[in-house]
Write a protein that binds this ligand. Structure first.
Ligand code: MSP
Length: 534
């Protein structure tokens, strides 16, 4: 490794490790798209990025699903994992690690970690009594259950009464340290509403939680007592650590944490907040490891205003969605239309309208018509305008000057919809400017210089917008760049610093006299395809 590489800032981000009881749904796709966008943005900044996703394969839920399908748990997991890999491919997700909790190297990491916590005296044998929701793989407080001991998140399933010997983790011991963590690092749990939920929960007093199960085979044996199987969540959270190992590393904790630890961001949905914001940091404290950067809990997706779920039969199939409309449209809709952190709705009509209005009309048409004019009035090349000569109060230049820092801030704070709005603002200003300036009239009046300035500034604005949108819509951005005469592929992992944010995020990058390509629609307008609604 040369000295330059060692100086690169590292950035590691995780999605949850998804249960493989069933094929991926749009909820899993949602978090993964968000993680991909943030990772792509970090790569543009020139950082060393590790995007981690994967599968959580142990536990009762998976064991039972496999049994009911007449397959061994491992066979079942292998089949479903394939579906996840396939979906990530179709959605253009550029992950670096796919962490499977059934991997033998993961067991080694779990054993070593367990050993540390055990040596700390934080694990003891006790009696566990309570209501267990197999779908959540979590004990529930009686007061949190619906009538008939049904779990509010899985109202079609009854929680099961358990009364068994389990090993427990001394969570209560970490009450004070956790409270200090939340106080000293107010950003540790985001957004604010989620932080408040956790503070509330913790202030009620933390109870130790069981980390082993009896009568369950599908999982790792407890290293000190193989009659017990390790609780799926204890093993799953450690999947994040195993993911940090390079493929040829020996599976030790020391190797795993040598480069990427602490992980910068854990992206999760709000239902698994406690595990990540309470249990996980306490486990790390017990093992004498620094806690992660922060946890961001996003909201739930609903369909046509109703909570999405198998019971209602209103889940959105991400495979069908991407098949019908393409990856960029799907990525754009979910990130632009839903404020990250809040619940958000999917409605097919709205999906089509939003994507058509923003990508086909505002962005696509602006490029198309301007390229057409460049062909007609400027011999199909970028007009020879020196970007510095354009006055600072030029409407597009002045908007562009402050755009990249604002958009960068939005990506950094995971405010994806805000990033899109800021960029759209420039695109809309470009359309307005061209209408007002009417270069076709200027041309007729022989105002060639003025025509060239209009065309240059609009093309440069489209370029900048495409660049800033590239983490979200890499295919469309690549098509725009190619028509502007660049050979840059935003779908690939860009390591070329000359395409970095500090250069391409600023104004005046389009080289004068660069040959422009033939205008072609960069985004085909979507039509509603009715027969198979997603
Ligand atoms: N296996 C655990 C995570 C272990 S992480 C070490 C798990 N898996 S899950 O597959 O059930 O859920 C994964 C993620 O999908 C969660 O973050 C959950 O919030 C998210 N979603 C599930 N349904 C969802 C929606 N309807 N909308 C948005 N996200 C939702 O939990």
């Amino acid at each position: 490794m040369n000295s330059h590489q060692t100086q690169k800032k590292t950035f590691a981000i995780t999605t949850p490790l998804y249960y493989v009881n069933d094929v991926p749904h749009i909820g899993s796709a949602y978090t993964t798209m968000a993680a991909d966008v943030r990772s792509r943005f970090e790569r543009l900044l020139g950082h060393s990025v590790l995007m981690i996703t994967g599968s959580d394969e142990h536990g009762q839920k998976i064991q039972r699903t496999a049994e009911s399908n007449g397959r061994s748990p491992q066979e079942h997991c292998d089949q479903i994992v394939q579906k996840f890999l396939d979906l990530w491919d179709r959605l253009n997700i550029r992950y670096d690690r796919f962490s499977r909790t059934t991997a033998p190297r993961h067991e080694k990491i779990v054993q070593e970690f367990f050993g540390r916590v055990w040596d700390k005296g934080d694990i003891y044998l006790g009696q566990q009594q309570g209501w267990y929701c197999v779908s959540c793989e979590e004990f529930k407080e009686e007061r949190d259950l619906l009538a008939g001991h049904r779990c509010p998140l899985h109202p079609n399933r009854e929680a099961e009464w358990r009364d068994e010997q389990n090993y427990f983790f001394r969570l209560s011991k970490y009450q004070g340290q956790l409270e200090t963590l939340y106080q000293e690092r107010p950003d540790f749990i985001q957004p604010e509403t989620r932080r408040n939920e956790v503070l509330n929960f913790v202030s009620r007093g933390l109870q130790d939680f069981s980390i082993s199960r009896v009568n369950l085979d599908w999982g790792f044996p407890v290293p000190t007592d193989p009659r017990h199987t390790l609780y799926v969540w204890f093993d799953a959270l450690l999947g994040y650590v195993t993911a940090l190992l390079d493929p040829d590393d020996d599976p030790t904790l020391e190797n795993a944490i040598s480069k990427w630890w602490p992980i910068n961001i854990h992206l999760i949905g709000k239902d698994i907040l406690r595990f990540h914001a309470v249990y996980w940091p306490a486990m790390l404290m017990s093992a004498d490891l620094p806690v992660s950067g922060y946890v961001f809990g996003h909201g739930f997706l609903t369909k046509d205003g109703q909570k999405m779920g198998k019971t209602l039969g209103n889940t959105v199939d991400p495979f069908q969605l991407v098949e019908k409309y393409g990856a960029d449209a799907v990525r754009y809709y979910f990130l632009k239309e839903i404020e990250f952190g809040k619940d958000g709705d999917f409605n097919e009509e709205r999906f089509i309208n939003v994507v058509n209005a923003d990508l086909a009309n505002d962005l696509g048409n602006l490029l198309n018509r301007t390229l057409g004019m460049a062909k007609k009035y400027c011999q199909g090349i970028v007009p020879a305008i020196a970007p510095d000569e354009i006055s600072l109060d030029h409407p597009l230049k002045s908007l562009s000057a402050n755009l990249a820092p604002g958009v960068a801030q939005s990506y950094k704070t995971l405010a994806f919809s805000q990033a899109c709005e800021q960029i759209l603002n420039l695109i809309r200003a470009g359309n307005k400017y061209i209408d007002e300036q009417a270069p076709w009239s200027l041309y007729k009046q022989g105002e060639q210089k003025a025509v060239e300035e209009v065309i240059y500034t609009v093309l440069e604005s489209v370029r900048l917008a495409a660049y800033l949108l590239s983490p979200i819509i890499p295919q469309v951005s690549t098509a725009i760049y190619q028509q502007l005469g660049f050979s840059i592929d935003f779908n690939a992992i860009l390591i070329d610093e000359s395409v970095g944010f500090s250069r391409h995020g600023s104004w005046g990058v389009l080289p004068p006299n660069q040959t422009l390509e033939k205008p072609q629609p960069v985004f085909q307008k979507l039509d509603r395809i009715n027969e198979t609604s997603v």
